[in-house]
Write a protein that binds this ligand. Structure first.
Ligand code: NCD
Ligand code: ZN
Length: 367
């Protein structure tokens, strides 16, 4: 009898995910725990946003302190690490940064391009933060800046064309200015999708890292458009084959330390609406399987020790090293076998995982 190939890896960290709020949180967190995830950076784009550090929630803003407590109560206390970044708004002050750093509650802060993605309406333009006391305070206190790197306010062909898009423009115009004005800032370029972003990070200092999602390693815009597979609709949108090639190239480079897992798993109980589509792919329960598929499609032989160690760096080691915590001492296994991740039923309604939504099987399963 054939014995399926088994990969054993240290448990991994999802350094960009969405656990939302309300009664579905335990289901989302459990889906992460079930897929060998040892910790997460839980995004602050709740309603209202997590835009203050400590104290009680208010109607217009939540705090890291209370949102992290909610997450722990919903199951995140089982994680080895839980990071909640501060949502940067026009109301963010340098004092919040300094006090947050001193209290230990603040480890990262998130830039959202105004109106650029789900619940991004509280963001302020990047140009307003350049040279600001908020960014200076982050620089001086070692607070990581998580960036959703898209130029906001663009439409039509400026937003997405064959030779430019909202992300490539952001990396061409704004990122060089950011590094010039804040050379000590530690930056994660989140969910990168373009060759411009991939190579920008590669050529920047070691203070600049990036997360790559499974969907951007695996798919291009053709996969989204053919049959209008709206479960693949997320922001930044999946791009073209040369962009995907660049992501694959940097992710699988031997010994690379800058690129790591951050799924951007973003559950929506309603995706398609009468006049559009909610942005966000849900990969709870299936992310390591999808990443393994992405590495294989990039040409990595996961059965070889060199291939496995490249995958391990990306999935389980680089993220902790970048954020400054220990990798997990616990392990989990993947088996080479066709599998399916079912619909996740939550108290807020059912959520369709990406591969099921695309009617594609997983070629790996959790052991
Ligand atoms: C995210 C969401 O649904 O919260 N959506 C997405 O398309 N990625 C927001 C985000 O991280 O951009
Ligand atoms: Zn996200």
């Amino acid at each position: 009898m054939d014995v399926a190939m088994t990969l054993e890896l240290p448990k991994w960290f999802d350094l960009h995910t969405h656990f939302r709020q309300g009664p579905a949180m335990p289901a989302y967190i459990q889906a992460h725990l079930d897929m060998g995830c040892a910790g997460a950076l839980a995004m602050p784009n709740t309603k209202p946003p997590v835009s203050r550090v400590s104290g009680e929630n208010r109607e217009d803003s939540w705090t890291i302190e209370s949102y992290a407590a909610d997450l722990r109560e919903a199951g995140a206390d089982a994680f080895e690490q839980l990071i909640v970044p501060l949502y940067l708004t026009r109301e963010t002050t340098p004092e919040m940064i300094v006090e947050g750093a001193e209290s230990g509650l603040l480890r990262a802060a998130k830039y959202y391009p105004p109106h650029g993605t789900t619940n991004a309406e509280h963001g302020a333009p990047m140009a307003d933060f350049l040279g600001s006391d908020v960014f200076r305070a982050m620089e001086e206190n070692g607070i990581v800046l998580c960036i959703h790197g898209e130029q906001h306010g663009l439409g039509g062909a400026d937003y997405l064309a064959s030779n430019r898009n909202a992300e490539s423009l952001f990396y061409r115009d704004l990122m060089p200015r950011l590094l010039e004005q804040h050379p000590k800032l530690k930056i994660v370029c989140e969910h990168i999708t373009t060759k411009e972003a991939a190579y920008f990070v590669k050529h920047a200092s070691n203070q600049v890292g990036a997360t790559i999602t499974p969907q951007h390693l695996l798919y291009t815009i053709g996969d989204l458009i053919q049959g209008l597979k709206y479960h693949l609709y997320c922001l930044p949108i999946v791009k073209f084959d040369d962009d995907r090639d660049a992501l694959r190239e940097v992710a699988i480079e031997t010994g690379q330390t800058k690129y790591f897992a951050g799924t951007d798993s973003a559950p929506h109980t309603v995706k398609a609406t009468d006049c559009g589509c909610a942005a966000g792919c849900f990969t709870g329960g299936c992310a390591p399987q999808l990443y393994a598929m992405g590495f294989e499609e990039s040409g990595v032989d996961l059965a070889s020790s060199a291939g496995l160690s490249t995958f391990e760096r990306f999935l389980s080691l680089n993220g902790p090293a970048f954020y400054g915590f220990e990798p997990s001492a616990e392990r989990f296994q993947l088996e080479k076998e066709i599998s399916e991740t079912p619909i996740l039923n939550t108290q807020a309604g059912p959520v369709t995982p990406l591969p099921l939504g695309m009617n594609l099987p997983l070629t790996w399963r959790l052991a």
